[in-house]
Write a protein that binds this ligand. Structure first.
Ligand SMILES: NC(=O)c1ccc[n+]([C@@H]2O[C@H](COP(=O)([O-])OP(=O)(O)OC[C@H]3O[C@@H](n4cnc5c(N)ncnc54)[C@H](O)[C@@H]3O)[C@@H](O)[C@H]2O)c1
Ligand SMILES: O=C(O)CC[C@@H](O)C(=O)O
Length: 526
């Protein structure tokens, strides 16, 4: 597998990639033309905020499986394009939040006290204190827009300066405002009217781009001070320029611009603006953290494993992912039975989670089941990212439910697949020892520890058949590891499940099918 590192990440991250045995090319400053011409040779790319991962890029990236964003914001990555191609996008949302919060406070203090301007003057060997009088933070009101990871760190830190913290974030609970000591504002206008300082910490979305503009500056306190260490344009640049010039805004601390990495903006030339070139995450600690995290995630994703920070998948905390892992494996195994037993098109897949498993983020387990169902017929074209899209495009209804009865098991995952006329059911559990068990196939109860090679045979329930199957496999040098027979009624049909130590050639399966009393034989490869 080949990975392209297109923007600078910490050496620790590069070392981790190399140690994984993957081939790594570090091409910092690669031109767009070179990138588009060579990206077809790579399985993964690692970028920061500069490289545009858009439709044009995807059209050239014919072998790409993973985009690793060394950082938080994914506004330079077109998500739909990735998802429809099954490309997994991973980021490192927690790795640089402290650095970004500290940089925010640095910008707030340095713009409020004119520190960089005074520094530049004295370095020019000029002593002048008259122009640099600033403001204290004590007893001032700071309005935080977006009380997520970074906004909340800023809130708690600014309280230690004796500031009154108010916040606007319509998407979080009242408890979160309380937890971070922020007074909740119902509208952005309320926050703007009451703030001496405003700092924005939302992602860049259609709703947030330009959310602080001329209208807000009209109602803001005269002399308000603003900080944008989130994304360029959340505070409208042209409106901010006007407000800084007409004295509505006394100062601004800016880390991000709409057009990056282009150092051209009217804001740059204004004396009352302190500006940095997107340095929020640029600390040794954050970069080590980001580099290492993104490297590990890209390796996991390339190996087809679920990763905690996959942006185009349901979000999982690391701990939850650890608890859920056995079910991901179980789900994939159960799913893989279907198309190896049946050649037909599916209309509906119902999945019922009961017992312990029901308390987890089961949508991720559903993805693993879908991945398992499609893998035997689509091979590597299916993964966690595109599995539900594949189901949708095939017109399959996927229904997830939580059941109240796990029968005698600690947990139970039961799948009912409906095709044109028939239904197929399969159920499995994770045992107390953490092992996957298949406990039902089409109404036949069993306790199967699934293995790489399995034979499933339907037979008439009468003496002699099991012995013939054993003898024939022996003659054909196939070693049986385990065998189970399940029947519901004496003398009717039974299901035979054999785990074997090797692949079984087609002709051997045909010989088995020819045994008198065998109805059909299927081979399952996991
Ligand atoms: N300058 C840097 O180097 C740097 C570093 C890291 C992150 N960032 C940026 O900082 C920002 C915040 O990152 P985070 O990790 O805290 O994100 P987060 O997802 O944890 O929090 C964002 C918050 O914004 C809220 N929000 C969304 N839309 C909103 C709206 N219309 N009005 C009010 N609130 C809204 C969300 O509910 C959420 O609570 C992002 O834009 C990220 O890209 C910048
Ligand atoms: O360093 C970067 O690439 C940007 C960091 C930051 O804006 C982020 O979104 O994580």
């Amino acid at each position: 597998m080949k990975i392209l590192v297109a923007e600078k990440i910490a050496q620790k991250g590069i070392d981790t990639l190399m140690e994984s045995g993957m081939e790594v090319d570090v091409k910092l400053g690669i031109t767009r033309e070179e990138l588009l011409a060579s990206i077809k040779n790579y399985d993964a790319i690692i970028v920061r905020s500069v490289t545009k991962i858009n439709e044009e890029f995807y059209e050239h990236a014919t072998n790409l499986k993973v985009v690793g964003r060394a950082g938080n914001g994914v506004d330079n990555i077109e998500m739909d394009g990735a998802t429809k191609r099954g490309i997994i996008v991973v980021n490192t949302p927690d790795a640089n939040t402290v650095s970004a919060a500290e940089h925010t406070i640095g910008l707030l203090l340095s713009s409020g006290r004119n520190i960089p301007q005074a520094n530049a003057l004295i370095k020019d060997k000029k002593w002048d204190r008259s122009k640099f009088t600033g403001v204290e933070l004590l007893n001032k009101t700071v309005g935080i827009v977006g009380l997520g990871r970074i906004g909340s760190l800023v809130a708690t830190r600014l309280q230690s300066f004796g500031m009154h913290v108010i916040a606007y974030d319509p998407y979080i609970t009242d408890e979160r405002f309380k937890k971070f000591g922020a007074e909740k504002k119902e509208t952005l206008a309320e926050l703007v009217k009451e703030s001496d300082f405003i700092t924005v910490h939302t992602p860049k979305t259609d709703e947030t781009f330009g959310m602080i503009g001329d209208e807000e500056f009209k109602i803001a306190k005269k002399g308000v001070r603003v900080v944008n260490c989130a994304r360029g344009g959340i505070i409208d640049e042209a409106a901010l320029e006007r407000a800084l010039k007409n004295g509505i805004v006394a100062s601004a601390g800016i880390d991000v611009l709409v057009d990056e990495p282009n150092p051209v903006s009217p804001l740059i030339d204004l004396d009352n603006v302190v500006i940095t070139p997107h340095l929020g995450a640029d600390t040794f600690e954050a970069q080590d953290n980001v580099g290492l995290t993104v490297a590990k995630e890209v390796i996991h994703a390339l190996r087809g494993e679920m990763v905690p920070n996959a942006v185009n998948l349901p979000t999982l905390q690391h701990q939850e992912l650890e608890s859920i892992k056995p079910y991901l494996s179980l789900g994939e195994i159960l799913g893989k039975f279907y198309h190896q037993l049946r050649k037909d098109s599916i209309n509906k897949i119902e999945i019922i989670y009961s017992g312990d498993v029901a308390k987890y983020e089961t949508s991720v387990i559903t993805l693993s089941i879908l991945k398992g169902i499609f893998e035997p017929i689509l091979k590597e074209q299916v993964n966690y990212v595109n599995a539900s899209l594949i189901a949708k495009n095939r017109g399959i209804d996927v229904i997830e439910a939580k059941g109240s009865d796990a029968l005698n098991y600690l947990n139970l995952v039961r799948i009912i697949i409906t095709s044109k006329e028939k239904q197929f059911t399969i159920a499995g559990t994770i045992s107390g020892k953490g092992q996957e068990r298949v406990v039902e196939v089409n109404g036949y109860e069993l306790d199967l520890s699934p293995s790489k090679y399995m034979i499933v045979a339907k037979n008439i329930d009468r003496p002699g058949i099991i012995g013939q199957v054993g003898t024939l496999l022996g003659v054909n040098k196939i070693n049986i590891a385990t065998m189970q027979v399940s029947r519901n009624f004496k003398g009717e049909t039974a299901l035979m499940f054999l785990t074997v130590d090797s692949d079984v050639p087609k002709h051997t399966l045909e010989v088995l099918t020819n045994i008198d009393g065998i109805v059909k034989v299927k081979f399952i490869r996991l």
